[in-house]
Design a protein around this ligand. Sequence first.
Ligand SMILES: N[C@@H](CCC(=O)N[C@@H](CS)C(=O)NCC(=O)O)C(=O)O
Length: 214
Amino acid sequence: MKLYGFAMSNYYNMVKHAVLEKGIACEFINTRSSQDPEFLAKSPMGKVPLLETEHGFLTETNVILDYLEECYPAVKLLPESCFARAKVRQLMKTQELYVEAPSHELVGVLFKREIPAHVEVASQLNARKGLAALGRLVNFKPWICGEQLTTADIFVFYSFTLSNRLTQQVYNWDMLKEIPGLNNWYQRFAELEITQGILAENTAAAAELAARVG
Ligand SMILES: N[C@@H](CCC(=O)N[C@@H](CS)C(=O)NCC(=O)O)C(=O)O
């Protein structure tokens, strides 16, 4: 198995974490997203993460996470019951659509691009609404969906590594303080050995980008 992506990519890091958590033999290949026809043949939107399996290529983080769970069930990242699994996916989808997506509108700030005023306003309004929704789903007992560490922990954690960096830079707004227990959970997940390795590479890549952009 080969996983393509780069250390600044929150989505790549989600899949990388799941692969490492499951102990799957996998080669991690530093790759940028691309619109080259050769890359588009493997990743239809030209995005990463891109997973190469013995059967072919897969994209879309939640699809890849489900594939890994079905093919490598020895270490489980989803609960047993169908309903509990659906709750994990509901939480991930809520983060993706209503917290990650509006915050992602600010990504230009990493490249010192001006964020239009209307985007700045709408992004924060929408992210606030999404955070309130997230707050209605989490339980931190001690993980985000209960006693078991699941793909929801992985997804939400790496989503915040980027989105919270963006909102702090643009609004000086720490989203982790918006939901009681969220910051403690974030720190707990950050202490995992696998997370530490991924975060070290992510932080180095962010510093390298900041130095390059000036
Ligand atoms: N919906 C995709 C999002 C992946 C994504 O946006 N990846 C970024 C890197 S973090 C990318 O490849 N961006 C390049 C582009 O949008 O063309 C997923 O779930 O995997």
